[in-house]
Write a new protein. Structure first.
Length: 119
């Protein structure tokens, strides 16, 4: 089991920055692929960024060059630095921990943190 707690959301003007953090507990954090997803009202949840245990990263095209994901395996945390925010970045942001074996897929979610970008 993995418990995830997000923090750092809020209201910001377009062009501003926010840093989201996710604290994980309960399992071997370093074994998990960590990701940030978001869901805007009326839309499907989408992947924003992900980082593997070896720190390889993947970003949605819409956030490339503006967002940076990082992890600290010693502190069991993953962060998302969001710069040059746009109104279309407004969404509920979720932290995700993912691990798969030949037989089992593990997926854990935080409760989400709201990001609102005003124009």
């Amino acid at each position: 089991q993995v418990q995830l707690v997000e923090s750092g959301g809020g209201l910001v003007q377009a062009g501003g920055s926010l840093r989201l953090s996710c604290a994980a507990s309960g399992s071997i954090f370093s074994a998990y692929v960590m990701g940030w997803y978001r869901q805007a009202p009326g839309k499907q949840r989408e992947l924003v960024a992900a980082i593997t245990s070896s720190a390889s990263t993947n970003y949605a095209d819409s956030v490339k060059g503006r967002f940076t994901i990082s992890r600290d395996n010693a502190k069991n945390t993953v962060s998302l630095q969001m710069n040059s925010l746009k109104p279309e970045d407004t969404a509920l942001y979720y932290c995700n921990a993912h691990h798969s074996t030949a037989r089992v897929i593990y997926d854990y979610w935080g409760q989400g943190t709201q990001v609102t970008v005003s124009s």
